[in-house]
Design a protein around this ligand. Structure first.
Ligand SMILES: N=c1c2ncn([C@@H]3O[C@H](COP(=O)(O)OP(=O)(O)OP(=O)(O)O)[C@@H](O)[C@H]3O)c2ncn1[C@@H]1O[C@H](COP(=O)(O)O)[C@@H](O)[C@H]1O
Length: 204
């Protein structure tokens, strides 16, 4: 009987020792994870222009109240980054769908077909409207609404391309051609009058 109690006692001690080791391991892992989070490089701070008044500088440096920091974190969080198929090639697929809607001419069920049926001027006007809405949200710092308006803008850009018979590959090709060329150097190298020759009304 005494032997059994001793055995039970030893087993209990082994379990306690094991669980202590486990707890220590967990604590160590948590500590390592905490260190890893702490080691994540911070976003470099952009210096404020010299013209910014003293009071504004102080306000920028001051620590925000917790409730505001929480709200800011929520605003800065990506809207829905983890949706399957949410990558740049979605534009190719969207263009394809809009092109199919153009061919179907089904104005009863398709918004794209309906918009395309209203003609080039309306299609272009809608792109302009969506661009302005996106600009307003971006300028007022409304991050979530800027994401939504950006999606509207890209959709209406696809409708413009379909209406104009432009394949996404043509635009991707132009972007690829520009890669590595500084915008400032490119503008400086433009021959005078090229905009007029290209038939654009955009001011140089
Ligand atoms: N991404 C979009 C998308 N974004 C916005 N919209 C529509 O665009 C319209 C914009 O509304 P507005 O009030 O600004 O414009 P409007 O109704 O034309 O009004 P007016 O300017 O004429 O007054 C809304 O009806 C939105 O639903 C879109 N419609 C379609 N798509 C995509 O296109 C695919 C094909 O859609 P359908 O052509 O409708 O089958 C869909 O599966 C989506 O993937």
């Amino acid at each position: 009987m005494a032997k059994a109690t001793k055995q039970k006692d030893t087993a209990k001690r082994v379990v306690t020792k094991k669980s202590t080791a486990k707890t220590a391991k967990t604590a160590k892992t948590a500590k390592t994870a905490k260190t890893a989070v702490a080691k994540t490089p911070k976003t470099p701070k952009v210096p404020l222009p010299a013209a910014v008044p003293k009071a504004t500088r102080a306000a920028a440096k001051a620590k925000l109240p917790k409730v505001l920091r929480k709200a800011e974190k929520r605003m800065l969080a990506p809207l829905a980054p983890a949706i399957a198929g949410a990558e740049a090639s979605i534009l190719d697929r969207l263009w394809q769908v809009v092109e199919e809607r153009r061919q179907s001419r089904d104005t009863m069920t398709s918004h794209s077909a309906r918009l395309l049926a209203r003609g080039t001027a309306k299609v272009a006007q809608k792109l302009g409207e969506e661009a302005v809405e996106c600009v307003i949200e971006a300028a007022t710092g409304n991050r979530a609404a800027t994401v939504l308006e950006s999606a509207d803008l890209l959709y209406h850009l696809m409708v413009v391309w379909v209406d104009a018979g432009i394949q996404p590959q043509e635009v991707w090709g132009e972007l690829a051609r520009r890669q590595g060329i500084s915008g400032i150097a490119e503008k400086a190298s433009r021959p005078r009058g090229i905009l007029r020759a290209a038939g654009t009304t955009k001011l140089p």
